[in-house]
Design a protein around this ligand. Structure first.
Ligand SMILES: [Zn+2]
Length: 184
């Protein structure tokens, strides 16, 4: 964790108070959580002694770690493969260190993916949300539901065609679907 130094006195760190605010232990400057200004790849954390600091966002650290692993795996394609391997290993070690640091500071592990059920629910909720909010008619509703079903079909079968999707989901041909609302 990197300790955040007060910008007002430029010398002391902040300590957490009972009300959730942070107070500079030197000049007494107050800092609210909403005023903590960090890079998008960092998150604030509180040390065991109540000092305010920041650590890498675990999600960003994991992304960097995965990129370093990919770089390592493709190092043979680099003009200087040995150098590329060493650089990627250093990057991986550094990213892993940032991840461990963030987890030790109590930052939750990032969610790595969604279950198929969650994706189905989200896609269908999104479709229903738009259809209801815009009070759409039958043709538009059907088109949006086709898109939702297409997205879910492609989740399981990437690169599928429209014809394959409607055959499987609706048991109809493309021409039959087109005929629903005079689409062409
Ligand atoms: Zn200060």
């Amino acid at each position: 964790m990197v300790t955040i130094i007060c910008a007002s006195c430029a010398e002391s760190p902040f300590g957490i108070q009972a009300d959730g605010m942070f107070k500079c232990i030197g000049c007494g400057e107050l800092l609210a959580v909403s005023d903590i200004d960090l890079d998008g790849t960092d998150v604030w954390a509180v040390g065991a002694d109540g000092t305010l600091g920041y650590v890498s966002d675990p999600a960003a650290a994991l992304t960097d770690l995965m990129e370093a692993v990919e770089d390592f795996l493709s190092s043979d394609q680099c003009p200087n493969a040995e150098y590329a391997r060493i650089v990627s290993q250093i990057s991986a070690t550094e990213a892993l260190g940032r991840y461990i640091d963030a987890r030790r500071a109590g930052i939750a592990a990032p969610r790595l993916g969604y279950t198929e059920d969650q994706i189905h629910t989200a896609v269908n909720e999104g479709a229903d949300m738009v259809i209801e909010a815009l009070n759409l008619g039958g043709g538009e509703t059907d088109a949006i539901n086709l898109a939702a079903n297409g997205a879910l079909f492609c989740l399981a079968n990437p690169g599928s065609s429209f014809a394959e999707m409607v055959e499987e989901n609706y048991g109809e041909t493309v021409e039959e679907i087109r005929s629903w609302w005079g689409w062409n």
